[in-house]
Design a protein around this ligand. Structure first.
Ligand code: DCM
Ligand code: MG
Ligand code: MG
Length: 225
């Protein structure tokens, strides 16, 4: 982005899928937590008993389970707990107009400018969401911000930490393993808590370095499945 962007709402996002980029994955679960910057402008609370005591009280949340219309890889099925069978048994539709409208409506009610936030978002979640939206002819406003906390935290948290996987960062900041890893909502909560530990720096980093949705390329072309 050319000029610094004064993002008002940060929308933490995680997507569970059928596999890795080489598998041309399809979306099976999407979670969005929208938090106004007002609730991010504070240091970690002292005397919190559990990490989740740090979570802001005012959060809009959306979690959708979706029929990915593609088999899960064994690994994706094992780590996410989602399967073609349990999604089908629970009668989950594919990414249809109603799901797209839910996402667009959810984002539309947040105070802008909005910045989507995902860990390794530029490498995974944003291109994947872009491919899924393209498939159904849907879009998001091109000036929606896209912040990848992986390169951001590589720059902001130096030394004392060997790898910058989300769970490793959470362990670094909170001294324990995250809960419900590889559920979209569990990962969003972990991401939000990691963000809160460096919120001032990350919001500043976002205003200077966030990409925009219009720059995101789909993870794969849709000409074959
Ligand atoms: N994934 C995978 N194998 C892994 C890690 C992830 O297939 N070893 C896929 C399935 C997950 C998706 O990536 O649903 C997103 O990963 P995460 O749960 O870390 O957000
Ligand atoms: Mg993820
Ligand atoms: Mg996840």
């Amino acid at each position: 982005m050319a000029s610094p962007k004064d993002f008002q709402t940060f929308v933490f996002l995680d997507i569970e899928t059928t596999g890795l980029p080489k598998d041309r994955p399809r979306m099976a679960e999407l979670c969005l937590f929208a938090v106004h910057r007002r609730s991010l402008q504070r240091s970690l609370l002292r005397g919190a008993v559990t990490p989740s005591d740090q979570l802001p009280r005012v959060i809009d949340k959306l979690t959708l389970c979706i029929d990915p219309q593609k088999p899960f890889t064994p690994t994706a099925e094992e780590i996410t707990g989602l399967s073609n069978q349990n999604l089908e048994e629970n009668c989950k539709p594919d990414l249809n107009g109603a799901a797209v409208e839910a996402v667009q409506g959810f984002l539309g009610r947040q105070t802008g400018p909005i910045c989507l936030v995902a860990h390794n978002g530029l490498g995974y979640d944003f291109p994947l969401l872009c491919a899924e939206f393209q498939r159904v002819g849907a879009s998001l406003p091109p000036d929606t911000g896209c912040l990848d906390t992986l390169p951001a935290l590589r720059e902001l948290v130096k030394g004392a930490i060997g790898n910058y996987q989300l769970g490793r960062l959470y362990l670094y900041f909170y001294g324990q393993e995250p809960l419900r890893a590889h559920s979209a909502e569990g990962d969003v909560i972990t991401l939000l808590l990691v963000f809160l530990a460096k919120a001032t720096e990350l919001m500043e980093w976002a205003s200077l370095n966030a990409r925009s949705w219009g720059e995101i390329q789909p993870m794969y072309s849709l000409s074959r499945n």
